[in-house]
Design a protein around this ligand. Structure first.
Ligand code: ZN
Ligand code: ZN
Length: 191
C-alpha cells in the first residue's frame, strides 16, 4: 500500500544524474526540491495522524487514515474529504451542554418518564404517554409522594412506616451501657 511513498523515498536517495542531467547546479536544485517534497509529504502524514486522533475515537480507523496518508499528497486529500466533520472534544462538549439543559429542565419541574423518556412534570402521578404509575398520592392530602418517603412532607401524614424500625435508639443505649452497669442496682441474690 505504501509503495508510492517508498518510491518517493527511493527517488530522493537517487542522485539527480540518473535523469540524464549532468549540470551540477541543476542536480543540486532537483535534489533540494525532492527533499522539500519528502519533508512536506512526511509532515502531511504526521498532520493526518494528529488530525485523525482528534476526530476519530477508533484506533483502527486512525491507523487506516495514517496508512492512506502514506500515498503522497493524494492520501491526505482523500482523508480530508472523508474525515468526520467534528472534533471529538466538540462532540463531548455538545453532549455535556445537552445534559446541562436536561438538568435545568428538571430543576424547573420538567423531567423525563423513567419508562418511556417522554417529558413529564415532577408532580405527575401517572405518565400521560405510557400510562405507568410514577408517584403515589398522599392518602390524606392527595399530593404526589415518592415511593420511599415515610411521611407526607405537605401534611405530615404518617404513611405507615414504623419509625422505631430505625436503629438510633438502640445505638444510644449501647453507648450508655458502661454508665448504666455502674449505676445499675446489684442483682437480687447479692442483697
Ligand atoms: Zn412514560
Ligand atoms: Zn399529605
Amino acid at each position: 500500500m505504501a509503495v508510492p511513498g517508498l518510491y518517493t523515498l527511493f527517488i530522493m536517495m537517487v542522485p539527480a544524474g540518473i535523469f540524464g542531467i549532468h549540470n551540477h547546479t541543476a542536480n543540486l536544485a532537483i535534489d533540494a526540491a525532492l527533499v522539500v517534497l519528502g519533508i512536506i509529504w512526511l509532515s502531511l502524514v504526521y498532520w493526518t495522524f494528529a488530525d485523525a486522533r482528534r476526530r476519530i475515537g477508533d484506533r483502527v480507523l486512525v491507523a487506516c487514515a495514517v496508512v492512506t496518508a502514506f500515498f503522497p499528497f493524494l492520501g491526505t486529500i482523500i482523508y480530508m474529504i472523508v474525515r468526520p466533520p467534528e472534533y471529538l472534544d466538540d462532540v463531548r462538549e455538545r453532549e455535556l451542554e445537552i445534559q446541562a439543559a436536561e438538568a435545568r429542565l428538571s430543576q424547573i419541574g420538567m423531567h423525563t418518564c423513567p419508562y418511556c423518556d417522554q417529558q413529564v412534570e415532577r408532580d405527575f402521578l401517572r405518565c400521560p404517554h405510557c400510562l405507568r404509575k410514577l408517584k403515589e398520592p398522599c392518602s390524606s392530602c392527595g399530593k404526589p409522594l415518592a415511593g420511599d418517603w415515610k411521611i407526607c412532607p405537605y401534611c405530615e401524614h404518617d404513611r405507615g412506616f414504623d419509625p422505631t424500625v430505625t436503629s438510633p435508639p438502640r445505638r444510644r443505649r449501647t453507648r450508655r451501657d458502661p454508665q448504666e452497669t455502674m449505676v445499675a442496682p446489684p442483682p437480687p441474690d447479692m442483697i
